[in-house]
Design a protein around this ligand. Structure first.
Ligand code: RBF
Length: 354
């Protein structure tokens, strides 16, 4: 009997040691994980998507440089194309494939598409930049304070449209600026356009803001036609394009006819030196890098929605580019700098109004 009991004990002990060994062994042999960058559109010509892809790629490359080959993270960048009706089925296919631990993307319209998928595929995690959705344990979102970004752009455009010809040679007498958007969407209609107008009217309440729609994110011919008409018929002398690949049509027309361009999202001064009078930027590349790095360290705050702005260093106005300094006189630059500082130190509060 005694021998039997000790045999059982020994057996149990061996089994335990074996189980422990097996567990730690399989934990050490962690399977390589995979990340997909889902681009709702095309990367080329779209600053927000260029910065997203660059930021994630750099973070994964840096992570992989410190890994054994079998632990390297696989990264796939997938462009969903300009047909928005296909985005839902394309991201569903990615989630259902189970191939990616994380799908990372950028677009304010995506949470609505992703939310139903989180119930269907509970293991799938999502990080969405430039978007806002609290309280879903599978999704982390971060948006930029685009009221600040729009305000700074409108303020700069306002100063230029009221400038004398001696200061800004292409400024006309009319106090008129314009925003050409690819399409209408909630963030555009409720935040960017009102903030652009708010900033311009802070310069001079008489400034009028025209708003035009291209109809898609790629047609440079259409955006060129709209820009030409705004300049020739409406007396607009500063145009802000937010139209992805179609921004190029506005640049080409500004060069041909001689009017000013306000740039959004990244540094655009070199697109038309002397004519681009502002670059109100979002720290999308930095954010994409940091969020990817955090994810790879297992530190993502899923279920949260953050808003970051000028004070956090994720929204800014590029003041120190030599092309800006050359294009815009000190009298105007110093006024813009003052407003940037007043937002930074909290004197001017511009929270996003939901
Ligand atoms: N921005 C781009 O630069 N390229 C795009 O193709 C693009 N497609 C968009 C589609 C939808 C449905 C929405 C809501 C926004 C899109 N944006 C695109 C705009 C982008 O997310 C952001 O709002 C602007 O770049 C201003 O920061």
């Amino acid at each position: 009997m005694k021998t039997g009991k000790s045999f059982v004990k020994t057996f149990v002990l061996f089994a335990l040691v074996f189980a422990l060994l097996f567990c730690s062994c399989s934990a050490a042999k962690k399977k390589a994980s995979a990340i997909a960058v889902f681009v709702p559109g095309v990367i080329s010509g779209s600053p927000v998507y260029e910065m997203l892809a660059q930021g994630v790629t750099e973070a994964v490359d840096k992570y992989n440089a410190d890994q054994k080959p079998e632990d390297a993270v696989v990264l796939d960048v997938i462009e969903a194309g300009t047909n928005q009706a296909e985005w839902g089925s394309k991201i569903t296919a990615l989630a259902s494939s189970g191939k990616y631990d994380l799908i990372i993307s950028s677009n304010s319209s995506l949470p609505e598409i992703i939310e139903p998928l989180t119930a269907q595929f509970p293991k799938q995690k999502f990080i969405v930049l430039d978007a806002y959705l609290p309280d879903n344990k599978s999704i982390a979102t971060v948006r930029y304070n685009q009221r600040e970004q729009g305000y700074l752009t409108g303020y700069a455009a306002g100063l230029v449209t009221v400038a004398e010809k001696t200061e800004m040679v292409f400024a006309n007498k009319a106090k008129k600026i314009a925003l050409i958007a690819a399409q209408e969407y909630p963030v555009m209609n409720n935040t960017i356009l009102p903030a652009f107008t708010e900033g311009a009217k802070a310069v001079d309440p008489e400034i009028e803001v025209e708003f035009r729609i291209v109809g898609n994110w790629y047609d440079g011919g259409k955006s060129a036609d709209i820009a030409r008409e705004l300049y020739l018929n409406d007396g607009v002398d500063v145009i802000l394009p937010i139209a992805g690949g179609a921004n190029q049509g506005v640049i080409v027309t500004a060069k041909a006819l001689g009017f000013y361009v306000a740039w959004f999202d990244d540094n655009g001064y070199e697109k038309a030196p002397g004519l681009v009078i502002s670059s109100s930027v979002m720290g999308q590349k930095k954010m994409a890098y940091e969020l990817t790095e955090q994810y790879l360290a297992g530190k993502t705050a899923f279920g949260t929605a953050k808003t970051v702005g000028v004070a956090d260093g994720y929204v800014d106005f590029v003041l120190d580019d030599p092309l800006f300094v050359k294009a815009v006189p000190e009298s105007i630059r110093s006024k813009i700098e003052k407003v940037v500082l007043s937002i930074k130190n909290g004197e001017l509060s511009l929270p996003v109004l939901d």
